[in-house]
Ligand binder design. Sequence first.
Ligand code: CP
Length: 328
Amino acid sequence: MINTIRGRNLLSLDHLSDRAILEVLDTAELFVEVNQRTMKKVPALKGRVVASLFYEESTRTRLSFETAAKRLSADVLSLAVASSSVKKGESLRDTIATIDALGIDAVVLRHQSSGAAHQVSDYVPHVRVINAGDGLHQHPTQGLLDVFTVRQVLAERVHARGPETGRELFLDLHVLIVGDIRHSRVARSDVAAYSALGAQVRVAGPGTLLPASLDGWPVTVADDFDDALEWADVVCVLRLQRERGTGSFVPSLAEFTRTYGLTTERARRLRDGALILHPGPMNRGVEIDSAVADSGAAVIERQVTNGVPIRMATLYLTISGSPEEDAA
Ligand code: CP
């Protein structure tokens, strides 16, 4: 188990302890206040350089990482992959070596291949690598911002907002993750984060959209989606990833919506106070009805807002700390 991300890469949440996750959430809580100021900037990473490399499309993750780096006073090198020498066939290794030659402290990488962030960490061991989503593997900062959002809302309800509010809010919390689990890196990171904090996690979806094996996943499979909705305190709705061929895993989108979509009618089964999350981008009318996404139970915009403090905390801890300092 890893007990801190200080001075380390953040490639996955799989081996992070509850202590490591809470350290990120507590650090992000401090940065929430910075983001509410008129002057939203602190000098924490002044003089440091963060490279932003997105080989796959992104709105939320890219903008919030770049905003986070700038609010920490770091310089940002943002590579527009579509108009870069990648289009002339330059390899990932040579691209990273080229950016490294300009002098960087960290690289934020989104890539379509599972394991790409790990590969980059081997190419530039002196640079901190933060995985912003790699293929079907992991999306660690999404998992962190999801548990941060749930903790924030639950803490507000018990008037105990702040770093002192930790693991106890998650103990025995019922979390239901529904949809395309098979192709979802968010599901993998969410399962790791919620279960490390002590929540009970169930997954629901058509058999074809569940992983071939759930061995090693600390989850149970919901036999009945409607019953699971009555059980859940938190429902994480996943996107049907049509760009990864999800369409061919279900007979039709209409049938998926009928059986596993969070429709207005189904949302009525939820307990009072249950929260609805979606990492975005949403397919409104497919995995979630528009009215449900815009309802008071949904905290989807808050997830986006929280992306900035969580990514500020991630950049700050990975770049400024070192495991040796932490041990000392
Ligand atoms: N949730 C998420 O990763 O969204 P983007 O693809 O817009 O970054």
